[in-house]
Design a protein around this ligand. Sequence first.
Ligand code: HEM
Length: 459
Amino acid sequence: MPPTPTRSEFRLGTAPGGLPQIGHAMEFQKRPLEFITSLAPCGDLVEFRLGETPVYLVRHTELIQDMLRDTRTFDKGGPIFEKSRAFFGNGLASSEDAIHRRQRPLVQPSMHVRRIAEYVEVMREEAVKVTESWTEGRSIGITAAMQALTTGVTARTMFSTGGGPDAVAEVHHCLPIILRGVYLRMTAPEEMVEQLPAAERAEFDDALARLHGLVDKIIEDYRRSGVDHGDALSMMLSARNEDGEGLTDQEIHDNVLNLFSGGVETTASSLAWTFHLLAEHPEIERRMHDELDGVLDGRAPANDDLNRLPFTRRVFTEALRLYPPVWLVSRTAPTDAELGGHPVPAGSTLMYSPYVVHRDPEVFADPDTFDPDRWLPERMRTHPRGAMIPFGAGRRKCLADNFAMTEGVLALAIIGSRWRLRHAPGTTVTTHVAATLGPGPLPMTPEARRTGAGLAAPR
Ligand code: HEM
């Protein structure tokens, strides 16, 4: 592990190229992942420009931690978050520090470990449901299948009774359209959005209106009935701070949308990448199957079983390292600031990329190799502080990291106990860059590992 530079030794670099007025906007727009990755050798903090705005790619793990832990100096704001707020409101993911400090303790209990243990049954049911229609040898789009799974899990843990199966179907229809549309509107110039075909704009507006309407209706129903359903929405409705204040209906609405936008594609992409990696590494897949067979022996896992599947957890963790779905995260400096001994002028945007950090050979040895055993306790100690950041860090760390890990390991256990997935013939896997980093549709062919109707109930 290289020694940590002292503050005066962090290297400030400048991105090569850049055009008058637009700076590096075209390269960033066209090939964002390649562009960000290409900046890595330029310094610990690398300056470039998007239009007139100075942007810093924060590269060194120590500087990333400094930035993420000082939430007043490096806040969420600026044009990117203003656009996101226009669609998703002012919930945890996009609110400024002062609002976030009030909201987070009121939303956090919905993701408490005790709650997550109660959500395991829903996660199990959804994983079983998604695979029910699979037959030996008939290809399925694994990304769409995993999105169906995570939509069902997120919707049912959020509002277990609200809207019934129709609500899940409605979210499943609207969310991908919204996420695609919001990403485009956040990253593309206004003129480009205005030139989109009328049908595409109408589809986006319709999906947004339907999802907002659905969430409003469910909140209203819950308020009227006053029943605690033991789900995330009931928790948000009843949460109070030490002054006895709760969240307003608008804040709850915005946070429900944040949980959907943050929770569905992320976990689905991670699972899809995991199946891709397992298919490419049959020896690792065999070890995971051996663990599942040894611990579960054909039963569906219960919450207590999850601790007894350390290799499966390491597989999912390693997939998150190689393909962190949230590949780029940004902050803004509302006033003049300093990072790593270098001035950062007010109005600058700062970004860090978990993808770039996780693949940096100075951070992880042999970074492009899929090696779940790097998460063995004795090897974990050798990774630098802040090396593994798929869920971010500090006060704004993912609200649902434990939830996502539970959902991921459980889905791998249920699917892996029954099926082995192989790339469909002729498939070339490429990295699709949008709000999340995904493997595209990823057609895979299930091969049955066990015959029979399905998994026995957990003990
Ligand atoms: C593998 C799955 C997931 C990954 C990799 C992931 C990653 C992240 C990251 C990197 C952040 C921090 C962004 C920042 O610093 O600006 C974040 C925040 C957040 N995530 Fe996740 N996430 C995942 C799953 C989920 C799920 C399942 C949910 C909800 C059900 C969720 C809800 C949120 C929310 C609400 C925030 C904002 C937290 C705050 O600012 O207080 N995420 N996530």
